[in-house]
Design a protein around this ligand. Sequence first.
Ligand SMILES: *Cc1c(COP(=O)(O)O)cnc(C)c1O
Length: 436
Amino acid sequence: MQLYSTNNKALRSDFRTAIFKGLPDDNGLYMPLHIPELPDSFFKNLPDLSFQDIAEQVSLHLLADIIPANELKTLVRNALDFPAPVHQLDEHTGILELFHGPSLAFKDFGARYMAALMSYFNKGESKPLTILVATSGDTGGAVAAGFYKVPGIEVIILYPSEKVSDLQEKQLTTLGHNVSALEIDGSFDDCQAMVKKAFLDTELTQTFRLSSANSINISRLIPQSFYYFEAWKQVMHLNRPVVFSVPSGNFGNLTAGLFAKRMGLPVHHFIAATNSNDVVPAYLASGAYHPQPSVRTLSNAMDVGAPSNFVRMLDLYGSTWNIMKAEISGYAFNDEQTKAAMQDVYRRFEYIIDPHAAVGYLAWKAWQATHQDTNAIGVVLGTAHPAKFLDDVESILERSIEVPERLARLKHENKVSHKMPPSFEALKEWLKNRSV
Ligand SMILES: *Cc1c(COP(=O)(O)O)cnc(C)c1O
């Protein structure tokens, strides 16, 4: 797989470079030069494939020229060892449960796959690789779990003190081993600025092999395409058009769905579902793109005012609004609507969805209402386990909910973090002192 930069198609990169660098030098985003179609035999055999088989076959299809087949197979199976079941609410709507991984959110698929690939490419290096990542909550948990105990790689996570939930903080600060948490006395933006400065500091980049685990890394998108095939496999016996509704923030998940379609998955339509941070639905409606400062909502992992993967979406459609909007519809909903949808789904189906999935559910219902004639089946991406948003979900549904053992256990574990002022010099000193 060769990649180019969305800013300059002539700027090419190999896969290994792209995943260690994260971003091309011209600050575009890496895109695969070709997204090859899967053979008919793959789709014919799909009903007999497990999720791991699908992940393995699509990986081989994309990366066999880069990583020897046997190693790639082992790597994929170890990274993606949790399922992605579709929970059917009724004959029209299914929820694709993407929250059975270690941090209970879909970001586990990307983080674990990226960690496995980086570890593979890092073999034979004498110096350890140091991953620096700033998080506002969810990404950090997935990255920490994804790289936990990966040999030759250490992870340093910067998070804003008292601005992440207790459970999120525990996900970052209780693992230990190769995962360190720096608790910054500042905002998420401060954390991000500190990480950016570290990458520009010659002394640090000469002492350490630094890399980021940024959400725009191409190795995080690839595995997110796998579960679209997996979902389709689970509903294909119904013989109806399949529509995916994707609760979106940075639009990585939706972009991965577009990759799956390019690989030949016969998706009828995509729905871009957002909370009040609605720049993409607004673009789809008007053709005008206006990034905005983000506003805080109940579905806070989607509070993004300038979605980073939007340039990839534009790139896939040759920046042509008409073509994009023929394949993707956009809908946005506020917190009141989100709460009402969670209550409605619980009352009607005795099934609990989190605020992010609720936005996807609303968008699917809105699309369905105006497209009855298609007789489509909607698959809503359930991006996080409801227990990750325990306080909100319990107060909205007025009941207590079951917390998976993996999360419940964290309550009793001790937090270990290194407190630090929001200063790059402090980060630099800390990094240097621990290298001796
Ligand atoms: C990150 C996240 C999203 C948004 O995904 P994007 O790929 O950034 O669009 C949605 N829901 C949850 C729970 C998330 O953690």
